[in-house]
Design a protein around this ligand. Structure first.
Ligand SMILES: Nc1nc2c(ncn2[C@@H]2O[C@H](COP(=O)(O)OP(=O)(O)OP(=O)(O)O)[C@@H](O)[C@H]2O)c(=O)[nH]1
Ligand SMILES: [Mg+2]
Length: 507
């Protein structure tokens, strides 16, 4: 049985950016005619769009893993990689998007609303784009960045396009069962239905949802019977269908007075201020149980009066299925008209980016205690992306990264935070990228690293004298010589074998 809150967890993986290309143009008499490596393409975004034509999350239940295309790698001769295709997913109007922990990201309550739920990764620049007057022939390119990867939860609260209202035992649940695949409980005692049941109806091309609401009686708005509380579930319905019992044996009841009582109760139900009161929405009437001869008689009798009041009236039987097809098509047309009207109204485009509005320009430095003294962690969208773009096997690329970081002002901030030469710096959360920091700006007086009132450049604590430098150098040379001698000794002792002999012996 369908329920009113539909939940589905999607596993998203947006496309990765393509790597930039390192290439050098070759011409006949000019073998090194300049860098011509193209940029990598961007990974495809995953976008959610609120679509009034979509009514359920069923498709997502079947396919919860969603991946968009990667960007292509850059190529020589200035050829850029192709951008990954954007993937648009239509979700029903009213879908609420949440983080797995329940935090709401967006309420897709406006037709056409779009949200970039998983941005694709940026493509890396090729060496052509990285060249400048200062750096004429870069021997490196930037790597493509990974696209967003993670889970989101879609939640759909109100699915009912049409709400079935009426007295207990009028046959509302029977009608849901007759029109859809839903199988709600049906019985001949009042208040069989305690929670609304939802059914999906297919009428030709049009697909819509109906919900039976627990029976209403006089005084329901004051809490009689099951009260009106459950009308909350159908608050967003497009239309109402009154199901009137034409074969009731209850004395003093007839379809017209039943309808009038229900209308009074519905009028008493307060909908949220941004919605049309239930009583003002389109309403059809189903005169039920015409398979019973007296029922048909009564239905025929009251139909003209109801039509005179302006209602469209259908004589039906959930037992013989008479009149059901006509009713379901008429409801379908009504719902479709409403959807088209919503679509025709000017679209409000709301584009929200994820990860949530990060401060693109800034970064923060967090000082964390470690076993070997302080650890300086740099958190920021830019520096973190730059790390992802860097090919750490390429010294030139690492140098470029250092320049970028310095330009962003990270060096100054590290000084201010108390970092000194040799401090451990990490970029990004978790293990991130760790390096020992070597400041490049030691000559600036205000950037000295020692405690207030001291100056590193004078203080012998951190400064090597020429004498010490010379000693260090000799130590280094002695060390090398010693290592060399050791190698000779090993060779003489026959510890070395020829590589060729080894591989021969093994095969
Ligand atoms: N003869 C006849 N009986 C019907 C018809 N539709 C429903 N019934 C009977 O009417 C009784 C009540 O039907 P339900 O569908 O449970 O009525 P309901 O409106 O959902 O009632 P509540 O959930 O109690 O509010 C059941 O015994 C059904 O078999 C019909 O078209 N003809
Ligand atoms: Mg029922």
């Amino acid at each position: 049985m369908a329920t009113f809150v539909d939940n589905v967890t999607l596993h998203l993986r947006a496309g990765h950016g393509g790597n930039g290309c390192v290439s050098v143009k070759r011409e006949k008499f000019k073998p090194l005619a300049g860098p011509d490596g193209g940029n990598g393409g961007n990974g495809g975004d995953i976008i959610l769009v609120a679509d009034p034509q979509v009514t359920t999350l069923l498709g997502f239940h079947r396919h919860p893993h969603i991946t968009s295309r990667n960007g292509g790698p850059g190529m020589g001769d200035h050829r850029a990689g192709a951008n990954g295709e954007t993937l648009e997913l239509a979700v029903p109007l009213g879908t609420v998007i949440k983080e797995p922990d329940g935090t709401e990201i967006a309420d897709m309550n406006v037709a056409g609303m779009r949200i970039v739920i998983a941005p694709g990764g940026q493509g890396g620049l090729g060496n052509s784009a990285l060249s400048s007057t200062k750096r004429k022939a870069p021997g490196f390119a930037l790597l493509g960045v990974d696209g967003f990867e993670g889970d989101i939860v879609l939640e759909l609260k109100t699915l009912a396009d049409v709400a079935l209202v009426g007295y207990p035992s009028a046959g509302k649940s029977s009608l849901v069962a007759a029109l859809s695949a839903a199988r709600p409980k049906i019985a001949d005692y009042p208040f069989t239905t305690l929670h609304p049941n939802l059914g999906v109806v297919q009428a030709g091309e049009i697909r819509y949802t109906i919900a039976d609401v627990p029976g209403l009686i006089e005084g329901a708005s004051e809490g009689k019977g099951l009260g009106l509380e459950f009308l909350r579930h159908v608050e967003r319905c497009t239309a109402l269908l009154h199901v009137l019992d034409c074969a009731t044996l209850d004395p003093g009841r007839d379809p017209i007075s039943d309808l009038d009582i229900i209308l009074v109760e519905l009028a008493a139900y307060p909908v949220p201020s941004d919605q049309i009161p239930l009583i003002e929405r389109p309403q059809f009437i189903a005169l039920n149980k015409i398979d019973v001869p007296e029922g048909r008689e009564l239905a025929d009798f009251v139909k003209p009066e109801l039509e005179a009041r302006g209602y469209r009236v259908f004589e039906i039987s959930t037992v013989s299925h008479e009149g059901l097809q006509q009713l379901s098509y008429a409801l379908g047309d009504l719902v479709d008209e409403h959807r088209k009207a919503i679509e025709a109204s000017p679209l409000v485009e709301v584009i929200t980016l994820r990860p949530k509005a990060v401060d693109e320009t800034g970064f923060t430095i967090r000082v964390e205690g470690g076993t070997d003294g302080n650890l300086y962690r740099i958190i920021g969208a830019k520096p973190e992306r730059w790390i992802a773009q860097t090919d750490f096997n390429n010294d030139e690329a690492v140098g470029y990264l250092a320049d970028r970081l310095a330009k962003l002002g990270i060096e100054n901030q590290l000084f201010k935070a108390g970092a000194i030469s040799g401090s451990t710096v990490i970029i990004g959360e978790g293990n991130g990228v760790v390096f020992d920091w070597e400041p490049t700006l030691t000559s600036t007086a205000e950037l000295t690293t020692g405690p207030r009132g001291s100056d590193d450049r004078i203080d012998p604590r951190n400064r090597r004298t020429n004498q010490k430098r010379r000693e260090d150098y000799y130590d280094l040379m002695d060390g090398k010589e010693e290592a060399r001698q050791e190698l000779v000794r090993e060779k003489d002792a026959g510890l070395w074998r020829d590589d060729l002999e080894v591989s021969d012996a093994e095969h």
